[in-house]
Design a protein. Structure first.
Length: 507
């Protein structure tokens, strides 16, 4: 049986590799002519394949489990190719599809390398999983997420978290792990979550986020952990006492793989936008960067050099990353029409959006779409309110230095990171953590079960409270912008209709 499973996983891994390589090779000759999009706005019905794929992800494991388990890779790829064909053949827009596919390859390169490198590190904590210990564990994991990313922290910490709670582990333990370590925890640095890193590449200073969002992060995380502590304490009191003795020791195996983790994190910054003069392979018709090749190389090297005891102790296999890879190739391709429609509407109605609406808009869409392009679309709309260019680093710096406009970037950043916890597909680590839990015999709730039983009743009230505390504010004050941010005022005034200085807000 083990041989059969291993052979099936190897076959899927080989097929996925061939598929990615084929599309990259076929499309690369056209890369030089591909734009960031620029084609016509797609019709609203073009989002139907995306809705269908989400619906099948939600219902497949519940109502047609065996069919879904066998054919979900084929369904995901087929729906993705359907949208790609529509864009290329009907809309004549190759750029949008190719740009999304390149983002997908970068996404998988990062997730795959972190998955393998962290899976080769075994952390064995011989302590009893008490509610207090669990809260400390989740808080430390949330801090680590800002150093090695939510994906790296999730893959490194989920197995020891489950082991320390062996004998009492339940689905809610893992769900709160997803809420904190896999999502909210990574809101402090550009390394923490991909949308924040894209903001860094656009010109937002590395430490700007932590200085402007730490108090929002702390309140949000504290509320989530308080609810978890209450639930875990109630359940702990119902559990029968055990006579198992614990030594209280913490053992590490496979620490040499920390070197691979460090290389992965370091390679994230190997970008011409970060290091002036760094080689840009796009000049040679290669759409990927050097960092992606480094990450794919580490996937192989980290596995080949891994400590076998660590792999066995973690029950390591490639099924979780393969499940994410196959599902997200379809998600990345089918979500292109949805993202372009959102970008169009954000430009049309951007001047009517308050920081609170940016928070909820970015957040609600980040829960079901990839949060990186959603973040960029709303960042573009926020600067567009004041006739500024989100691709111009000097405009970005002016925008985040102005007290009346920086609140938009804070709202967009918080929404993109926090709301990723609302669904399994809101952030890459979510589905991987779920898959690892399923592989270890812990039955996790379905897509709908996660949303209805946990995300909506627990997270949504917290996010609404965060909005009321920090983002329930009017648009930028007209007089204050004129007084404190004259350059932004002049840029806005250059295209805005003539209005009286007595107006209190920009509408």
């Amino acid at each position: 049986m083990a041989v059969f499973v291993r052979r099936a996983v190897c076959n899927r891994l080989r097929h996925l590799g061939f598929f990615i390589a084929f599309l990259t090779v076929v499309a690369t000759p056209s890369f030089a002519h591909a734009s960031e999009g620029g084609g016509p706005v797609p019709p609203a019905w073009a989002v139907l394949p995306f809705i269908l794929l989400l619906g099948m992800i939600a219902t497949g494991p519940l109502f047609y489990h065996h069919f879904w388990e066998k054919y979900y890779p084929h369904i995901s790829i087929a729906l993705g190719l359907l949208v790609a064909a529509f864009y290329v053949v009907v809309l004549g827009n190759f750029g949008s599809i190719y740009h999304s596919f390149v983002e997908y390859v970068s996404f998988i390169a990062l997730l795959g390398s972190l998955f393998v490198a962290s899976g080769a590190i075994l952390i064995d904590i011989d302590k009893k999983g008490t509610p207090l210990l669990n809260v400390v564990f989740l808080f430390i994991g949330s801090l680590i997420a800002n150093v090695i990313g939510t994906t790296g922290a999730s893959m490194l910490m989920i197995r020891p978290f489950m082991r320390v709670n062996r004998g009492r582990i339940k689905a809610y333990h893992v769900i709160f792990f997803i809420f904190t370590v896999s999502n909210v925890g990574g809101a402090l640095t550009p390394i923490g979550d991909p949308p924040l890193f894209m903001g860094f590449l656009r010109g937002i200073p590395f430490f700007w986020i932590i200085t402007h969002i730490w108090y929002i992060w702390l309140v949000t995380l504290a509320l989530i952990l308080a609810i978890f502590f209450t639930i875990d304490t109630i359940n702990a009191r119902k559990e029968a006492a055990t006579s198992v003795e614990h030594s209280g020791t913490i053992q590490f195996t496979g620490l040499k793989s920390l070197v691979w983790l460090a290389i992965i994190i370091g390679s994230i910054f190997l970008d011409p936008n970060v290091i002036p003069g760094f080689p840009d392979l796009k000049h040679y018709g290669i759409p990927l960067g050097i960092r992606e090749f480094i990450m794919f190389g580490i996937c192989y090297l980290a596995y080949k050099t891994a400590d076998k005891k660590a792999l066995e102790g973690n029950d390591f296999n490639f099924h979780p990353i393969l499940e994410v890879a196959f599902l997200f190739v379809g998600i990345f391709l089918t979500m292109v029409p949805a993202l372009e429609l959102i970008a169009h509407e954000a430009k049309v109605y951007g001047d009517q959006l308050t920081p609170g609406l940016f928070y909820f808009g970015t957040g609600s869409l980040s829960a079901v779409l990839d949060n990186t392009p959603t973040y960029l679309n709303f960042l573009t709309a926020a600067l567009g309110k004041y006739s500024m260019d989100a691709t111009n680093p000097s405009h970005i710096l002016m925008f985040i230095d102005c007290p009346e406009t920086l609140k938009y970037v804070v709202a967009i950043s918080a929404g993109a990171v926090f709301f990723g916890a609302m669904t399994y597909i809101g952030n890459g680590p979510n589905f991987m953590v779920k898959s690892i839990s399923d592989q270890n015999g812990l039955k996790m709730p379905s897509f709908f079960g996660y949303v209805v039983k946990y995300a909506l009743p627990i997270l949504l009230p917290i996010f609404i409270l965060v909005w009321a505390l920090f983002f329930m504010i009017p648009p930028g004050d007209y007089a204050l912008i004129k007084a404190d941010c004259p350059k932004i005022y002049e840029m806005w005034k250059g295209v805005a209709p003539v209005v009286s200085d007595t107006l209190s807000t920009i509408h």
